[in-house]
Design a binder for this molecule. Structure first.
Ligand code: FAD
Ligand code: MG
Ligand code: MG
Ligand code: MG
Ligand code: MG
Length: 553
């Protein structure tokens, strides 16, 4: 056989080297979770219903607290302080959870199987492959770094996505300083080796540049006094500003601070090629000049792409021309049964009001008169806003609260309280509403909330199946007895180095400075998954304040 092992109650496929699981209870529904990152771990931590038989598959047997990854690159925090073994997390649960350290390379939704490959060799064939059957599949495999197929990036740049990446960056920074200290070098060679280039002005790139700047100026210059005048950090960003997803005040503050610190921020510069010695950029404006700069180390942080296993799966189920696996608002993958997707590998396909306008009108028009009164509209408004959150956003942003306001917007000021609208007028009044829809960002906050939302649905699945009458839904959605997933934004931090952190909290609240730094420390300390990691990170921070960062490479 091809080394394939089936964990299945059913008859194994012919020719396969199959083992029948003795552990799985035939009556229990089998849930398979792919991934132990933010989404997968949050799902596992919140799953409480013991009527499931859960199998977790991930090539990494730990959860990593990614917001502190940039701190690992400079030794502010130790790698082992920000990871928690997944077996530790699931050990105490009442739910049956088994873990397999392996990578899923194929999903077969028709036959409800996933194909996996482990890194370990346990037989003479070389790699070990096996098949796992599921009743429900939870896909939470995250995303990969995106090179946009720019030549030389994969070969020559560092990424900052995994623990190993951060450790490799840390070693390379030290190597650069040691290489630059060798006696035979010219000034020019030394400058080249100590030129650190960060590509991508998003939160990760900016935070890494700031960390590196602090590391160099607070710790390394003391150890490598000759290097002081040769070090340079350049941050390349293709758009006009860094941190452009943040409030303008934060962007401006960050750009000014970096300028004072001597970090060279080049905006409007798109990388077109990377060789082992030089990075070539093209000016986005001004005629598109191409120029090259020599560098010692480059870190690539320009965004995320789709993993191959997800790309194949999307082709299989007919989701083409998309950048992530599309689900409905209940996180169920569109185009197949009993498969859920969450976190960075997924995107929610929100319903558009225009597509459902007839159904909404019919539902609201209780007396079937063919026209809608202000009262009829107001009675269903809460339901509309729950099902289509863009309506609530639109009304709020324009300080409207009724159908009359909406009509005034499309018809002018002559509208009276006693007005009635037909379907066409209703369609016109709501025609701009869908412009408020935005994709959720690829963040830990979104992934974690989706994980706990889905766990909650799984916890209550049975109860809801017995009691199929759910709350009012617009499109024959009686099947989904759950509220759709709604994201709650708790704000975002951008550490900028030198004990300065920018915080953007809900309601356009912006705070920048040392107090935000302490807010950041406490938020992250409280979010760490276990008391063990919490204690380790806090002692790392303390050690750094007292002794500085470690610099052995
Ligand atoms: P991940 O957390 O990436 O987890 C994916 C999991 O799937 C991993 O366990 C992986 O090993 C596993 N896997 C991969 N391939 C397979 C496969 N084929 N089969 C099975 N398993 C597989 N977000 C914030 O909100 N705030 C921040 O401050 C922040 N800072 C960040 C800093 C850095 C340096 C980075 C890289 C990200 C940061 N993020 C932050 C983003 C956040 O980490 C991601 O949005 C989040 O990790 C997404 O969760 P996920 O579960 O979808 O994917
Ligand atoms: Mg995950
Ligand atoms: Mg993670
Ligand atoms: Mg997503
Ligand atoms: Mg009516």
């Amino acid at each position: 056989g091809g080394g394939l092992v089936a964990y299945s109650e059913a008859k194994p496929d012919n020719g396969m080297n199959a083992i029948t699981s003795t552990e799985a209870d035939g009556k229990k529904k089998r849930v398979v979770v792919l991934g132990t990152g933010w989404a997968g771990t949050s799902f596992l931590k919140n799953l409480k219903n013991s009527s499931y038989d859960v199998q977790v598959i991930s090539p990494r047997n730990y959860f990593a607290f990614t917001p502190l990854l940039p701190s690992v690159t400079c030794g502010t925090v130790e790698p082992r302080s920000i990871v928690e073994p997944i077996r530790n997390i699931v050990r105490k649960k009442k739910v049956d959870v088994r873990y397999w350290e392996a990578e899923c390379f194929k999903i077969d939704a028709d036959n409800k199987k996933v194909y996996c490959r482990s890194n370990f060799t346990t037989n003479l064939d070389g790699e070990e492959e096996f098949v796992v059957d599921y009743d429900y599949l939870v896909i939470a495999v995250g995303a990969r770094a995106n090179t946009f197929n720019i030549p030389g990036v994969a070969e020559n740049c560092h990424f900052l996505k995994e623990i190993e990446d951060a450790q490799r960056i840390r070693r390379t920074v030290i190597d650069c300083f040691e290489r630059a200290s060798l006696p035979s070098l010219t000034d020019e060679e030394r400058k080249k080796i100590l030129h650190f280039v960060v590509v991508g002005g998003g939160p990760t790139g900016v935070e890494f540049a700031a960390e590196l700047h602090d590391y160099v100026n607070e710790d390394l210059v003391k150890l490598y006094p000759k290097a002081k005048d040769s070090v340079k950090i350049t941050l390349l960003e293709a758009t006009d500003h860094i941190l452009n997803m943040f409030d303008k005040r934060i962007t401006a503050f960050a750009e000014e601070k970096f300028q004072r610190d001597g970090i060279d921020v080049k905006t409007g510069a798109m990388v077109v090629k990377v060789s082992d010695k030089e990075i070539s950029t093209k000016e986005v404006k001004n005629g598109g000049n191409v120029s090259s700069m020599p560098y010692g180390m480059a870190v690539w942080s320009t965004g995320i792409g789709t993993r191959p296993v997800i790309m194949n799966f999307m082709t299989q189920i007919g989701q083409t021309n998309r950048r992530a696996l599309a689900s409905d608002e209940w996180l169920r993958v569109e185009g197949c049964d009993s498969v859920y997707a969450l976190g960075d590998c997924a995107t929610i396909n929100q319903r558009k009001v225009v597509e459902d306008i007839c159904a909404i009108f019919r539902k609201a028009d209780k007396d079937n008169s063919g026209t809608l009164t202000v009262k009829e509209f107001q009675e269903v408004l809460d339901d509309i806003c729950e099902r289509y959150p863009q309506v609530g956003l639109y009304l709020k942003n324009r300080q409207m609260n009724s159908l009359v306001d909406l009509l005034k917007d499309s018809k002018g000021d002559v509208v009276k309280e006693s007005v009635e609208v037909d379907l066409e007028e209703f369609r016109l009044a709501l025609s701009q509403v869908d412009s408020q829809m935005k994709n959720l960002p690829a963040t830990a906050q979104v992934a974690a909330q989706q994980g706990s939302y889905l766990a909650d649905c799984f916890n209550r699945m049975e109860e809801c199946e017995k009691n199929p009458e759910g709350p009012l839904r617009f499109r024959g959605e009686g099947r989904h007895r759950f509220r759709p997933f709604r994201y709650k934004h708790f704000g975002q931090f951008a550490p900028l180095g030198g004990e300065q952190t920018a915080a953007q909290l809900p309601g356009d609240w912006v705070s920048i400075g040392q107090s935000s730094q302490w807010l950041w420390y406490s938020v992250y300390a409280s979010k760490l998954v276990s008391w063990r990691t919490r204690a380790l990170v806090i002692s790392d921070w303390g050690r750094r304040f007292i002794f500085g960062r470690d610099s052995s490479g």
